[in-house]
Design a protein around this ligand. Structure first.
Ligand SMILES: Cc1cc2nc3c(=O)[nH]c(=O)nc-3n(C[C@H](O)[C@H](O)[C@H](O)COP(=O)(O)O)c2cc1C
Length: 184
């Protein structure tokens, strides 16, 4: 696929299924993170690769966090949390990993980690895979962050669900970009 087509046409795919993308495809995705704009080349990111049974472990952590926050949660709601990571064969936990630097404030490092995550969405798309960036309150939950081993300097910026497209994809809409660009 032409690079401009990829940039213009990428869209999220919420319904994902097996199989897990091949190792080669996954490495193409991981490598794409590293061409993100990155002031002082700090690589202010890391990614936890959650696949196979580890997704159940992540689901347990989500359920535990949900109950810790709201002890009145009913069984159906707990089950919903537990099954979230099973929505795709792979979940990448995308982490902005702040590295103190005299010239690169935290916001720039968060933006670089976000750009790396977007690059991975694109790399999935051009390979014909489905992907979706999700957060929700679990991304900001201290129990989830702790359970995933984040340091106090780190943030979860997204759960990237990646897999085989299972169902339809959206028709890309023609973005009305003009109003967002003003001559100054
Ligand atoms: C930081 C971030 C967090 C997001 N979290 C969610 C989410 O939790 N649930 C959701 O449905 N979409 C979420 N989205 C939006 C989707 O990833 C997606 O971009 C949106 O549905 C628009 O679809 P498109 O990517 O095909 O344009 C998030 C996007 C970003 C950048």
């Amino acid at each position: 696929m032409d690079a401009l087509d990829a940039l213009h046409l990428r869209s999220s795919v919420p319904k994902l299924g097996d199989p897990l993308p091949s190792q080669e495809m996954l490495e193409n995705i991981y490598k794409a993170a590293f061409s993100a704009a990155d002031h002082a080349v700090l690589r202010p990111w890391r990614f936890l690769v959650v696949k196979g049974d580890s997704r159940e472990k992540l689901g347990e952590l989500f359920a535990k966090a949900g109950v810790a926050k709201d002890a009145s949660l009913n069984q159906a709601a707990i089950e919903k949390l537990r099954s979230k990571p099973l929505r795709a064969p792979l979940v990448l936990v995308c982490i902005s990993s702040f590295k103190p630097h005299p010239k690169v404030p935290e916001i720039e490092q968060d933006l670089s980690a976000g750009a790396a995550t977007q690059n991975m969405l694109l790399a999935a798309f051009v390979q014909g895979l489905g992907a979706m960036w999700r957060t929700g309150s679990l991304a900001y939950d201290p129990l989830v962050k702790n359970g995933l081993g984040l340091s106090s300097e780190e943030k979860i910026i997204g759960f990237l669900y990646i897999g085989t497209i299972d169902g339809g994809t959206k028709q890309p809409c023609e973005a009305d970009f003009q109003p967002y660009f003003q001559e100054w």
